[in-house]
Design a protein around this ligand. Sequence first.
Ligand code: HEM
Length: 218
Amino acid sequence: MKADPTSIPSRHDGPPHPLWLRMTHWLNALAVLIMVMSGWRIYNASPLFDFTFPAGITLGGWLGGALQWHFAGMWLLVINGLVYLCLCLSTGRMARRLFPVTPRGVLADARRALAGHLDHSDPRRYNQVQRAAYLFAILDLVLVVLSGLVVWKSVQFPMLRELFGGYDAARLIHFYGMAAIVAFVAGHATMALLVPRSLLAMLSGGPRPPRSDKEIAP
Ligand code: HEM
């Protein structure tokens, strides 16, 4: 099969995962953990459905404590998320790593993954299933933050509230958005553990790029 030119390392490439990416990724993981666990405790005080979350997997101890964790985590999630998005866009990483992505490409890579034929040797290159999943996680977090704004300050954000279909609809969307991010993290963390090289690259930055074009194998 013909080599994909974007997968050939060049000395102009940075490390697969630069420091800013690793820092924002792990801070984001911490923020999501705080938001989800404290959110479950807030939900338990006034459940939307006929179930509650076991107290042992919630954060904050009581409603007031959980709200404080949720609002503190919110700043970390939003500020860190904006830093990630700004750097991802301005460095061109978003265009290089998360695009292109097409329904046909996602299906083809999903089939290859199921047949055990996906190549994980180059941490610079995400397959299309990964790209779609990462874009979904980013968009879902944006949705969760915006619907959270409506639940928090419904009167101050009337246009946003109407966009979500009202306060009650925003609360439901906030809940389903949380469920989607929990499902993403479960699948994502499992994949990271199944491909330890990818996890090591997200911790250390990954193999250094060649110092000159001569170092690149023909
Ligand atoms: C908690 C919420 C999380 C979110 C929203 C999230 C999101 C993402 C995104 C968007 C990327 C691509 C970043 C880029 O290249 O610009 C990524 C990469 C990655 N994440 Fe996460 N992540 C989360 C948690 C985790 C956890 C808990 C682990 C490990 C146990 C993990 C391991 C990784 C690894 C190893 C990569 C690189 C994948 C590769 O090189 O093939 N992430 N994550």
